[in-house]
Design a binder for this molecule. Structure first.
Ligand SMILES: Cc1cc2nc3c(=O)[nH]c(=O)nc-3n(C[C@H](O)[C@H](O)[C@H](O)COP(=O)(O)OP(=O)(O)OC[C@H]3O[C@@H](n4cnc5c(N)ncnc54)[C@H](O)[C@@H]3O)c2cc1C
Length: 325
């Protein structure tokens, strides 16, 4: 990034990248503490949670709450404390290498912003199958999250697509609810860890449909069946089921991290932090689904957003004490 490119002279104390549950929570904490903070969000604030109908496991809503409603409340609360939210896509985050130019430089579609600290809360996304019916039935039988949606499938017959660790772990979890879990896998053997395979093969509720792919998801209001194709003999069948859980991959979404990338990213592209949510780069924090961790949920994203904000504020106090020395 070139210094002459700078169009925006403000130096924010913190910039938050991403306005999902993690970023908005960080925004609530920082703006409530009167920190000069900017949140950059490429789409509608709310993140993945606005893609789901009902969220039943976020505390405080015993009847459940619609994902978009919950996230509108987050946004309203954040704006109520004065959080500046700008609709813009962050393309690159980098940092000057000289001591006096250590500010983070955040290049977006329209601008280059600068800040003393940064919180990356840009989330993650599940791989899609890209078949007809997948978008139409998302939240109405199609799911990418067993922890979130498993309980909606009590006593129902479902299919799980995939053959890796996530697919098999989640299939085992889903047997707590579903009457039968059919694992559809394009190969004749699983990629999952052997111990998971053993558990799955021993579970009477799990059935395997080998050498098969989903061609279409069918139904009226809800999923009623899938069209499966056997890739070895090309035969297609209509297979009745009420749910389709897709676990064919999950990947973090974050802007380019320039020279900082090698210091903070693991082999799968997730951002590594300590328990204060700080990365190996001083003043750079990450929270929510973009972090290397196990449980990806709204409530964990919020907790991490709060921690990231708290420790970013501590970091800013440390910077100003250093400046006044
Ligand atoms: C269909 C579905 C159902 C779910 N159901 C539940 C549930 O019932 N209960 C539950 O607890 N969890 C549920 N989850 C999981 C939950 O939504 C996520 O764990 C949570 O949203 C993660 O929050 P986050 O803020 O870390 O990331 P995200 O929600 O992914 O938000 C990241 C934000 O960053 C923005 N962004 C990304 N890149 C950039 C960029 N370069 N510039 C600017 N902005 C950027 C994105 O647009 C997005 O708004 C569900 C997820 C899905 C997909």
């Amino acid at each position: 990034m070139n210094k002459q490119d700078l169009k925006h002279n403000d130096i924010y104390e913190t910039i938050i990248v991403g306005g999902g549950p993690a970023g908005l929570t960080a925004g609530i904490y920082l703006s409530r503490s009167r920190i000069n903070v900017l949140l950059l969000e490429k789409g509608l604030p709310g993140g993945q949670a606005i893609l789901t109908e009902v969220i039943e496991n976020y505390p405080g809503f015993p009847e459940g709450i619609l994902g978009p409603d919950l996230m509108q409340r987050f946004e309203k609360q954040a704006r109520g404390f004065g959080l500046e939210i700008t609709n813009d896509t962050v393309l690159e985050i980098d940092q000057g290498d000289k001591e006096e130019e250590k500010h983070f430089q955040v290049k977006t579609n329209t601008n280059i912003f600068q800040s003393k600290s940064i919180i990356i809360a840009s989330g993650a996304q599940a791989s899609q199958l890209g078949v007809p019916g997948e978008d139409k039935f998302r939240g109405r039988g199609v799911s990418y999250c067993a922890t979130c949606d498993g309980a909606f499938f009590r006593g129902k017959e479902i299919i799980v697509v995939g053959g890796g660790d996530a697919a098999i772990e989640e299939s085992l979890f889903l047997t707590k609810f579903a009457s039968k879990v059919h694992v559809v896998h394009r190969r004749g053997e699983l990629r999952a860890a052997k111990i998971l395979q053993e558990r799955a093969f021993a579970n009477p509720k799990i059935n395997f449909i080998w050498h098969s792919i989903v061609r279409e998801i069918k139904g009226n209001d809800q999923v009623e069946a899938v069209q499966l194709k056997n890739v070895t003999n090309e035969q297609e069948i209509i297979f009745p089921c009420q749910g389709v859980f897709i676990f064919t991959g999950y990947s973090p979404t974050h802007p380019s991290l320039g020279s900082l990338k090698d210091k903070i990213i693991n082999e799968k592209g997730y951002i590594l932090t300590d328990e204060c949510m700080m990365t190996a780069v001083e003043g750079m924090f990450a929270c929510g689904d973009v972090r290397a961790k196990v449980l990806r949920q709204v409530v964990t994203a919020c907790g991490e957003g709060a921690s990231a904000a708290f420790f970013a504020e501590k970091y800013l106090e440390y910077l100003s004490s250093k400046e006044s020395e």
